[in-house]
Design a protein around this ligand. Sequence first.
Ligand code: ITT
Length: 235
Amino acid sequence: MNATLDTTITVILATGNRDKVKELRPLLEDISPLIRVTTLSELGAEVEIEETEETLEGNALLKARGIFELLSERFPALIALADDTGLEVEALGGAPGVYSARFAPMPEGKSPSYQDNVRHLLASMAGCSNRKALFRTVIALKGRIPSQNGEQFLFEHLAEGEVSGSVTIDERGSEGFGYDPVFMVDATAKTYAEMGITEKNRLSHRSLAVQKALLDLRKTLAENSIPLIYCPDNP
Ligand code: ITT
């Protein structure tokens, strides 16, 4: 399979989170004129891949591979993109980490809210002087694209972004979501919730991972002679 300007490379985002889709779609479609971004819900493929692995890398790969397999026959040129994020607190041995979305204990069948998780974190660290923490995102890509020799090129990539900081004693700020009010970024001495979205997006764990994943993807496409859109930062 050789890439021509009629070839479409479909990128499927594994997330149901609209903010992530809004952020990622233009960034990916700006890499190559052949890229079209879609989501599982836009495709009517309402699948929930359970995050059963014990690492962020494992879960991100599990989701990217699951979606790739599911839709492999429908799209000849296909890239599945999945991410997983966790807050790793040193004094808690790296918890909540991969369990960040389900940290606070809840009655059977109920999921904790962001507020439940934040309260549980602060309670777990009551009296704790070591408050060091890392926010980490891992993005996994699994793809099949046309290659120069007329064959298909299969690839998997992992990209990681992390930001170091500390867990505050009390909640600070009103922006953002999740653990934002209690995660203070070392470099700014502000919590994510005290930053506007633009400032958070400039330095966050997720945007660092996204930037690396986009660079990796650009490189892989270039190596396979897929036409790219010129970008002054990545000539
Ligand atoms: P998906 O549908 O994309 O899987 P999610 O909410 O399960 O969304 P994440 O893996 O991105 O997935 O995040 C896990 C949890 O970590 C999330 O529920 C939040 O509590 C927290 N979290 C993730 N990113 C965060 C951020 O930028 N700021 C604060 N908390 C965050």
